[in-house]
Ligand binder design. Sequence first.
Ligand code: AMP
Length: 192
Amino acid sequence: MNIILLGPPGAGKGTQAERLVAERGMIQLSTGDMLREAKTSGTEMGKRVAEVMDRGDLVTDEIVIGLIREKITGGEGSGKGFIFDGFPRTLAQADALGALLEETGQTLDHVIELQVDDEVLVGRIVGRAEAAAAAGQPVRADDNEESLKIRLMEYYKKTSPLTGYYYAKGDLKGVDGLGEIDQVASDVAAIL
Ligand code: AMP
């Protein structure tokens, strides 16, 4: 079973993906994590995307589609299924994912939108940065107010049309992302 977790930054996609990995043995494919890894390991691509990411803009479709293609066709298998977390983020990426899955004889089973209020999002992200700083952990370079504004705008301009896209395909399910983590997880489980 392959699923997409859709929703703005701070909606809880990563948190819910981790639960699904632990509880169901699914494989989390987070393009954000892959890009941050490339950034820290200082690969050519990592250097190219660093500034764009820190600013809060989206990196090019070509780069992220390439990363996902590698994972899907890389022969590592799909375990109990893929969780696409933070991908797709544009209509071009959504089309590319559809083609990749078809090419590899796989299906997309559910697109789950984590629905949250904008005010709450901003609070969560600021909270995430403060908690990391207080614990002496590294704060994400894009977890600051300025980058957050750009990330939200990128979401509304480029990613939010995907809810219409997947609704029209008949794949979209909505979950209230404002509840406790356990509640959201059980709503997600009910869909799966
Ligand atoms: P995330 O961890 O999902 O919030 O992603 C962090 C940053 O990585 C985003 O703000 C973008 O700069 C970049 N990024 C992650 N996934 C994508 C994607 N699918 N398309 C374009 N940029 C992405």
